[in-house]
Design a protein around this ligand. Structure first.
Ligand code: MN3
Length: 199
């Protein structure tokens, strides 16, 4: 079966003022849709057709169309899922403890994650992953991700899109402001579930 976009769990304007409705609509209906369509086209009739998206990401290194569009498809699925209106704040429970164990404090985690997102040159993603039972931060270029073996090679439980298409309408060149705003829409309950499943 062809890959399809997951339904958004909130309206395009639900993440305002942090992420504006126009950016959300274009990002989801144009960019993400294009990754899904181009992924389906790239795998049609090949031995990757019918495989899981995770399997495809682990077997696309030398297939640029599959790599770029498969990564784009998976990365945005995660991105929409880990955001929500009336979210943000700080995690609780086991995830909070794991963040403190790995980074000292939540504030230090936020600084390190923001640094990874800010210093990713050009287009890419910042990630919080579980690797060998520990939380680690990394970033990748383009639509690559750790499942492909890029970056920290862990399992991503939180990802931030730092392509200009993700923020330019509202923030123009001010990527750090967008990164800061992102912390107001992180759905830590969903991230905690992903942590529990992957640790
Ligand atoms: Mn994007």
């Amino acid at each position: 079966m062809a890959f399809e976009l997951p339904k958004l769990a909130y309206a395009y304007n639900a993440l305002e003022p942090y992420i504006d409705a126009r950016t959300m609509e274009i990002h989801y209906t144009k960019h993400h849709q294009a990754y899904a369509t181009n992924l389906n086209n790239a795998i049609a009739g090949t031995d990757l057709e019918g495989k899981s998206i995770e399997f495809i990401l682990q077997h696309c290194k030398d297939k640029p169309a599959v790599r770029n569009n498969g990564g784009g498809f998976w990365n945005h699925n995660l991105f929409w899922e880990i955001m929500a209106p009336k979210a943000g704040g700080t995690p609780t429970g086991e995830l909070a403890q794991a963040i403190n164990d790995a980074f000292g404090t939540f504030e230090h985690f936020k600084d390190e994650f923001s640094k990874a997102a800010t210093t990713r040159f050009g287009s890419g993603w910042a990630w919080l992953c579980i690797e060998g039972g520990k939380l680690v931060i990394c970033s990748t270029a383009n639509q690559d991700n750790p499942i492909m073996g890029e970056g920290c090679k862990g399992t991503p439980i939180l990802g931030l899109d730092v392509w200009e298409h993700a923020y330019y309408l509202n923030y123009q060149n001010r990527r750090p402001d967008y990164i800061n705003a992102f912390f107001n829409v992180i759905n830590w309950e969903v991230v905690a579930k992903k942590f529990a499943a992957a640790k």
